[in-house]
Design a protein around this ligand. Sequence first.
Ligand code: VGL
Ligand code: ZN
Length: 201
Amino acid sequence: MKTLLIIDAQNDFMPGGALPVPNGDAIVPVINAIQHKFDLVVASQDWHPSNHVSFASNHPNKAEFDEIEIFGKLQTLWPDHCVQNTQGAAFHKDLNTSRWEAIFRKGTDKTIDSYSAFYDNGQIKATGIKGYLKEKGTTQLYLCGLAADICVYYSIVDAVNAGFECTLIQDASKALDAKHFLNLATTLENKGVALITSDTL
Ligand code: VGL
Ligand code: ZN
């Protein structure tokens, strides 16, 4: 059973947004064209309170893109983005959401960030998506969205560990740092993840 998981296709990650991914909006028509090929379509949504720990603005002596330690792990400090109930947190207006059966919100706890759609960065709290996808009968999980080198990457790692057969749809994903993503793509391939383009679906 084939499921498509669309990661964080939100305005703040699109050109003109608070934390723009280069060419982020190029994924929208690609995603719209492929959704009908899946048995189930779900999405994640980065959904932060304004006092979130990952925002540089909440650390008076730090700058955007500085790193700090949270629960023993390095955390990049981001511009304020995907604040709950703002336009920046909304999905791109051209994205067809009619087939989406569920949206999993993440990053809602102000004390910890959550890149993956499965768990927070400390692997403490689950979103429930693993159990949801299993109960729905998902065996093959196809992932896409923004940003390929951050939230898509960490979601794939958790999905592989959860036992799903994973595929990354490359032209339906864009990275914040495309060079860095090339290294991560090799890591994913070594974990058995298939890297494809949407024309082969
Ligand atoms: C993301 C940085 C901070 C993402 C979310 O969706 O890739 N990146 N929050
Ligand atoms: Zn975020």
